[in-house]
Design a binder for this molecule. Structure first.
Ligand SMILES: Cc1cc2nc3c(=O)[nH]c(=O)nc-3n(C[C@H](O)[C@H](O)[C@H](O)COP(=O)(O)OP(=O)(O)OC[C@H]3O[C@@H](n4cnc5c(N)ncnc54)[C@H](O)[C@@H]3O)c2cc1C
Length: 271
């Protein structure tokens, strides 16, 4: 496995579980890639890149790795997220893990529309997640979806998922606050709000946030990498420091201390 980032660690663990003889090759001193934290100021741990992981919480692959069993605790903020609508102090749009509470803040019309969107997620969300997170080519998820909702609804869904988030928000909601919940989440994908594809990401992240929260690892992002490394190390005995691009191999690279850092001592799971 070339690269001991988040994906490399997951892939190494899954391949080793399937009986493959895996060697992990990482170019830097630290496992985790962009899932990493450091003490930038004494006494304060800061995440250097990524920080919150709704997709990890939803991923069937990650769940199957039982990371809490390898020292990972997840923490949740009281509300999932909030987006200020304007700088003039108008109330922010707030996403809660309770959909009724999210809807109640959006007013009667948009609240109803929000709950309809949630019902749509209930019907198709697991198939969409399955399409994204399980083995390539993604066949079983779309087939499951077609069986469940039929061709006509599948075509309507395909059109909906292709919408730019600005258009999606305008079609669904009358007010800015609900639109902002989609648009703010779409922003995480770095796709412009007028470009196709931004809508599906905003919709998916908003719905995942409501269903699973936007959990952060207790002790910082590095604790997610550490738990992944501990999980991988269970069956991946071969771990080396070196760069595949400069010709390093597991046999030739300097020995890597495969043992990952211990979990932070105070890492209780917070639900
Ligand atoms: C600023 C920032 C913020 C982000 N925020 C979030 C967030 O909040 N939530 C979220 O879910 N995602 C977020 N992401 C995305 C997330 O961090 C990435 O999706 C994830 O880190 C990708 O993992 P990876 O293993 O594919 O790659 P990387 O994390 O990039 O890891 C690649 C690893 O491979 C090693 N490597 C590279 N080339 C070689 C080589 N030739 N030989 C040996 N080793 C090599 C690297 O040193 C590195 O350790 C963010 C990303 C960035 C940059």
């Amino acid at each position: 496995m070339i690269g001991g980032g988040h994906h490399g660690l997951v892939a190494a663990a899954v391949l080793a579980d399937a009986g493959w003889d895996v060697c992990l090759l990482e170019a830097t001193d630290v496992l985790g890639g962009a899932v990493r934290s450091a003490e930038l100021h004494p006494g304060f741990t800061a995440d250097l890149f990524s920080a919150f992981y709704p997709l990890s919480a939803a991923s069937p692959v990650l769940r199957a790795l039982d990371l809490p069993g390898h020292g990972l605790g997840w923490a949740h903020a009281p509300a999932v997220l909030a987006h200020p609508v304007r700088p003039d102090g108008a109330p922010a749009a707030v996403l809660h893990r309770d959909r009724e509470r999210t809807a109640a803040d959006l007013g009667p019309r948009d609240g109803e529309a929000w709950l309809r969107l949630c019902a749509q997620w209930d019907a198709v969300g697991d198939a969409v997640i399955r399409s994204i997170f399980t083995t390539f080519p993604p066949v079983r998820g779309p087939v499951q979806l077609l069986r469940r909702i039929g061709t006509a609804d599948a075509l309507r869904l395909a059109r909906f998922l292709a919408l730019p988030v600005r258009r999606m928000g305008e079609e669904l909601f009358a007010g800015e606050r609900a639109r902002m919940l989609l648009a703010g989440n779409a922003g995480h994908a770095d796709i412009p709000p007028d470009a196709p594809g931004s809508g599906v990401f905003g919709w998916m992240l908003a719905m995942l946030g409501q269903q699973h929260g936007f959990p952060v690892p207790v002790g910082g992002a590095g604790e997610l990498a550490a738990a992944l490394a501990r999980r991988a190390a269970r069956r991946v005995p071969s771990c080396a420091r070196g760069s595949a691009s400069s010709g390093s191999t597991c046999a030739a690279a300097a020995p890597w201390p495969c043992t990952p850092p211990p979990a932070a001592p105070s890492a209780p799971a917070v639900r």
